[in-house]
Design a protein around this ligand. Sequence first.
Ligand code: NAI
Ligand code: MG
Length: 479
Amino acid sequence: MTLWYDPREVLIGGDWCRTAETLPLEDPSTGALWGEIARGQASDIDAAVAAAEAALAGPWGRMPAFERGRILARIGQIILARAEDLAQIEARDVGKPLKQARADAVAMARYMEFYAGAADKLMGETIPFLEGYTVYTLREPHGVTGHIIPWNYPMQILGRSVGAALAMGNACVLKPAEEACLTALAFGRIAQEAGLPAGALNIVPGLGEEAGAALSGHPGIHHVSFTGSVGVGAMIQAAAARNIVPVTLELGGKSPQLVFEDADLDRALPFLVNAGIQNAGQTCSASSRILVHRSRFAEVVDRMAHRYAGLRVGPALADLDIGPVISARQREIIEGMLALAPAGSVAARGQVVADAPAGGFYVAPTLLADIDPAHRLAQDEIFGPAQVVIPFDDDDHAVAIANGTAFGLVAGVWTENGGRQMRMAKRLRAGQVFVNNYGAAGGVELPFGGVGKSGHGREKGFEALYGFSVLKTVAALHG
Ligand code: NAI
Ligand code: MG
């Protein structure tokens, strides 16, 4: 796989240029360095924000909504035409199995298609008011939006965030993660090819504490969207607060699936396991807790353990069930968490294939049974291929455990009882609840975001357009 662009460049105001310093590009499947990427600094962020402001004052700022939509549609078409290339790049950069990277490329195209169609469909209202007035509302872009994205799903998270922001007419400054920025740079090339005006999208890779901090605290930014860790999310909200700027934070979770006594286990099983090990568990909406009615606890643990025993872990391009995790540091964190497992709790471990490169960041998937709901393994995000299984006695007990963490991103409910489905959907503290499925195939149409430490604000779906716009009320007194 060769890149068709120079990964050491940043995109500012339609021009690609090199930064003074670079960062190493590491292949998680081998641990080897295979290139360099740009190391953007505060001065690059200053230039990117200035370029975005210039774009808003130029053709981009005056472009009708339907023309913005056309550009997004063209971006989507080019992404689909190059989906295999993009998937190969993402698989190598992130270490994810090719089939997952292919799905991510298609999802990025779907975001472009969805927001292409939505761009000219968010309307204001007229408001009945006093005699002599006409009052209406306008939906306007914030202006310059900052987007700080992580390494786990670069294409998908870029798609949902930048796609919606551009549809509303904002000018974006994107700071991809230092661990995986290659498809973001490819997206920049594709957007140019599709006719996106200079400065409407600026891309500055670099370190979080350098380029990221400069972007989130920049006085020229009007909105910040962030996906990543709780700690950095809090820093970003604090930085934005100093400029009185709104933020959207998506900070992961400890999302449960609840398996009731009447669950259809044949249907549930693939979801129960895949939701925990997909992308090596490095998924904000990973289901890392499986709560099971005590009458079926042993059966669920046995059947999940059987699946775990068959899971194969290996290099991204071998396209097995699970790839490496992103870095040696993340592997250390995950293994440190797994070392906390109480004696006898390991119900199953998958296998790293024998020919996996020794330098790769592989973690054997681990199923832990009968973990106390208060244990760290049942409370903290592991962000690796591991799940805990916890028994419950009745519906109230299940809800208490499910809602008993600091997070609230998504939840899944497995029951054939319609009344219980509806009650659980209401009682679970989460931004999305899935009934007899998990993840809803990633649907780009579905508003997504958390409560509690999972963050606030909504991305995806039509709802994201409200977040990436601001309402103006016009009251005309004409007598
Ligand atoms: P992180 O939160 O440090 O990184 C995410 C993004 O924030 C990256 O682009 C990074 O460069 C940027 N960033 C880091 N420090 C910053 C700062 N001071 N100011 C502005 N931007 C900054 O996450 P990291 O270290 O990669 O992963 C640590 C943990 O975070 C994971 O184990 C996982 O629990 C969680 N995480 C959750 C994600 C999600 O999808 N919700 C994605 C990535 C990480
Ligand atoms: Mg970090």
